[in-house]
Design a protein around this ligand. Structure first.
Ligand code: FPP
Length: 255
């Protein structure tokens, strides 16, 4: 076992960029706001959807590196509840990406023991998008490696309002008393019920805001922002974010 670990460790540290991180202190849950696809395309005189297409390709590399490093959950903000306001052609394109990505990558994800998960409201997604994601969820449900959590049609305020509605209903029905509402109970009603909170949040493209992403779950997370646009993001940037995380002391409000 130890021999296997040492071998794995040395094969990893021979990969570019991993020399500076401790393999014993890897964030368990990393959440990423993949931003800057539009600007990347614009800078190259391409249509915005070309940026999304390149952005999709990056996911592959990051999933692989996260899995190699032993990250337990990787949450990717792929489409927010606010993204419906974009031009229809862009929305339609974004809705095709999950099936395109999973169509190409599902066999490899299965082989690599990745478990695909959905966070968001599936009702409003087109049938073809839902079908592709549900198929991947079903096909990987027995895997116990990296959880690849796609935030699709996700918005944190909506998520919390829904949680409040469910809790209120239980109170009205008499199965819950308001004194019984705790952090833990509230969390059980969020779309991340069985996941730990993110240890690290990464946002690309130089924007320093949360954009309605995991507002409850990110309460004690470390944040790492980079000017790099998502289509240019790579394994080395990902490892750099982890290295910065490892240098920070997390005190959870204590001293
Ligand atoms: C933000 O960039 C990015 C998005 C709204 C979409 C992110 C989606 C992907 C990277 C691909 C998703 C793939 C799968 C498999 C689900 P932006 O368009 O807001 O960039 P801008 O701020 O430069 O305009």
């Amino acid at each position: 076992m130890l021999e296997k670990f040492t071998k794995w460790k040395s094969s990893l540290s021979s990969q570019e960029g991993t020399e500076n991180i401790e393999l014993v202190n890897i964030p368990k849950h990393i959440a990423i706001i993949m931003d800057g696809n539009g600007r990347w395309a614009q800078q190259k005189g391409l249509p915005r959807i070309a940026g999304h297409r390149e952005g999709m390709k990056v996911i592959n590399k990051i999933v692989r590196r996260a899995n190699e490093l032993g990250v337990e959950v990787l949450t990717l903000y792929a489409f927010s509840t606010e993204n419906w306001k974009r031009p229809k052609t862009e929305v339609d394109y974004l809705m095709k990406l999950p099936e395109r990505f999973l169509g190409m990558e599902l066999p490899k994800l299965k082989e690599e023991n990745v478990k695909v998960r959905l966070m968001g409201s599936p009702e409003d997604l087109p049938d073809h998008t839902k079908k592709a994601v549900y198929h991947a969820v079903e096909e990987t449900k027995h895997n116990n490696g990296l959880i690849l959590n796609f935030a699709l049609n996700y918005g944190s305020r909506f998520e919390m309002i829904e949680a409040i509605k469910k809790i209120t209903k239980q109170i009205e029905e008499g199965s819950l008393r308001s004194e019984e509402i705790t952090d833990e109970l509230f969390e059980q009603h969020l779309m991340t019920a069985e996941l730990s909170d993110p240890d690290l949040l990464i946002r690309t493209s130089g924007e320093i805001r949360l954009s309605n992403f995991m507002l409850w779950q990110l309460a004690y997370s470390e944040f790492w922002f980079t000017d790099v646009l998502w289509p240019d993001f790579n394994e080395q940037h990902f490892t750099e974010a982890i290295a910065v995380y490892q240098k920070r002391a997390r005190r959870y409000g204590g001293v």
